[in-house]
Design a protein around this ligand. Structure first.
Ligand SMILES: *[C@@H]1O[C@H](CO)[C@@H](O)[C@H](O)[C@H]1NC(C)=O
Ligand SMILES: [Cu+2]
Length: 301
């Protein structure tokens, strides 16, 4: 079974390797720094990490501190991670921090991590949309202690639903020295360890009855978080479709978001268009064609 999954994952990785994305650039203090200047360079080109037990989940494969500079960042200031190619696999993006016991460049990420930002699914249109792009901007919490940290971005591609497919972690770490700050003590988790095969945000099939989503990992730490027994962290980032406004006499007009198996609907590129038990739309948007990945999953490519 393990071997089967690995083989499936491999064929997925190979089939669309050309246009994956790497978060290779950091902007701080209004300056966009050189590629890999402050971001640890990985050795696996643009491939994702898929092993939930691997230390590569921290900062990606082959990404060590040697040859990477550390940038000074004011607590409370914003920063941006920029990818070489716009993110296109559907799924959430999160930002984590881990305090280094010494210098960031010497730190392997084996200590505690806390999450400072989630971009989950937005259901406000009645259909899930994700924040997919090249730039992900967030703020260093103003209350965390000064010192060296690893600043980690994680985009989780959940476009090949578990268990036929395997979610993909696109991760990179920047090395930062936080100045200013305060004395907050955020609750932390370990990586690997923070993500499990049982997380609903990991196992969910985004193509079938997808109406709510919880981003994997711990809840987001904020300086203003009330203490709810969660180390000052608010609840996990969960979004869902708003219940329909109570209404009217007329049944809703059928919309393009309803699966309708081929009456005029189209499937966006990279989305599912077929597979065992799949009942949705099978017509790919123009410019893409439906390609079989395995018995359970075909994708518009
Ligand atoms: C959606 O909500 C249900 C009910 O709370 C929950 O069991 C499920 O895990 C959620 N799904 C996701 C993908 O977060
Ligand atoms: Cu891919």
């Amino acid at each position: 079974m393990k071997g089967l999954l690995t083989a499936a994952a491999l064929s997925l990785a190979v089939s669309d390797v050309s246009a994956h994305y790497i978060f290779e650039q950091l902007t701080t203090g209004g300056s966009k720094h050189a590629v890999y200047q402050y971001i640890r360079k990985n050795s696996n080109y643009n491939s994702p990490v898929t092993d939930l037990t691997s230390n590569d989940l921290r900062c990606n494969v082959g990404a060590s501190g040697s040859g990477t500079d550390t940038v000074t960042v004011q607590a409370g200031s914003s920063f941006t991670f920029t990818s070489d190619t716009p993110v296109y696999h559907q799924g959430p993006t999160s930002i984590y921090l881990s305090k280094a016991p010494g210098s960031a460049s010497d730190y392997d990420g084996s200590g505690g991590w806390f999450k400072i930002k989630d971009w989950g699914a937005d259901f406000s249109s009645g259909q899930a949309t994700w924040n997919l792009g090249s730039d992900y901007t967030a703020t260093i919490p103003s209350c965390i202690p000064a010192g060296d940290y690893l600043l980690r971005i994680q985009q989780l591609g959940i476009h090949n639903p578990w268990p036929a497919g395997i979610p993909q972690f696109y991760v990179e770490c920047a090395q930062i020295t936080v100045t200013g700050g305060g004395s907050a003590n955020p609750a932390t988790v370990s990586i690997p360890g923070a993500f499990k095969e049982t997380d609903p945000g990991y196992t969910v099939n985004i193509y079938t009855n997808f109406h709510n989503y919880t981003v994997p990992g711990p809840s987001v730490f904020t300086c203003s978080g009330n203490d709810n027994g969660n180390g000052g962290n608010p609840p996990a980032t969960t979004t869902s479709v708003k219940p329909p406004a109570s209404t009217s006499t007329k049944p809703p007009a059928s919309t393009s978001s309803a699966p309708s198996g081929g009456n005029g609907c189209t499937v966006a590129q990279w989305a599912q268009c077929g597979g065992k038990d799949y009942t949705g739309c099978t017509v790919c948007a123009s410019g893409s064609t439906c390609k079989v990945t395995n018995d359970y999953y075909s994708q518009c490519v």
